[in-house]
Design a protein around this ligand. Sequence first.
Ligand code: KG4
Ligand code: ZN
Length: 345
Amino acid sequence: MLVLGIETSCDETAAAVVDGDGRVRANLVLSQLDEHRPYGGVVPEIAARSHLETLDGLVAGAMEQAGVGFGDLDGVAATGGPGLIGGVMVGVMTGKAIAFARGLPFLAINHLEGHALTARLTDGCDFPYLLLLVSGGHCQLVAVEGVGRYRLYGTTVDDAVGEAFDKTAKLLGLGYPGGPEVERAAAAATDPDRFALPRPMKGRNNCDFSFSGLKTAVRKTVERLIDPLPPADVADLAAAFQTAVADVLADRCSRAMARFQSAYGPGGTLVVAGGVAANSTVRAVLENAAGAAEFGFAAPPPDLCTDNAVMIAWAGVERLRRGGVDGWEFKPRPRWPLDETAALD
Ligand code: KG4
Ligand code: ZN
């Protein structure tokens, strides 16, 4: 089985080819970072135009890298949402056009499902497992029972964790996107315990998250310090923020692992996915928390944690195997929760 995947829901244009054994035959990601950087965040209109200009060439490049033609494919999978609607439309229309022209099945993939199923490709995780999805737009704990079967345990009541990294980076005068910049700055900390930051939601008897208070605490700390911030202060504050985030994530995961165990029995695996899962402190702290709960731990390699089309192609493989094809009438969905019964995004 051979599936072409297309991802255009945010600021990465990506195309990939994956086979039924989970072999990545092609993986191309074109970042639009330079186009958005002057604005300090993703500009939807710029993103959509850029996807439109580059996607055809990227798909051709992926097919060439894989050494296959459209006639060799068994299906075409494109992100159908959630995301910035202009970009999702570009990907869905391109995917449908290729599938229609070649008489192939078309699969509209939930971007979150792409992140959720990646660990099956990279680590061979069996269902059910507990997923912590931490990205620029999402922060959720989900029990993954099967393809298309998700149970939402908790979500953020305000900012997504990646958003908190990005905003903190801005407050510290670091570049965009903020996550990798904060991680780099934190690595240079000489006194990581100098600043005490809050742990929102820690100890609460649910699996929800909150990050706006943490961001405010960073802002208030910055306001007390000299302007411009000396590099040592930036490094120590970045480290304090990163530690606070990791601490809160571990606490929320511990709560969720207990809930998961009472639902599915002993054992289990904690899977972490999404852009923030590329952070090595976050990964290490979560691996520890998983160990303490006697859970296995899996985190895809960083380039498959951030947005990519391999995860979309792979979700396509998983869906296609189960006969989950979409019709031409599929409409791009700006909002598309994993657990539709929980009605939260
Ligand atoms: O999954 P992703 O690539 O896109 C979304 O679907 O949102 O996640 C992007 C987010 C951004 O907020 C970025 O700052 C964050 O992931 N991120 C990181 C790191 N790399 C990316 N956050 C912390 N540490 C990192 N190394
Ligand atoms: Zn994502």
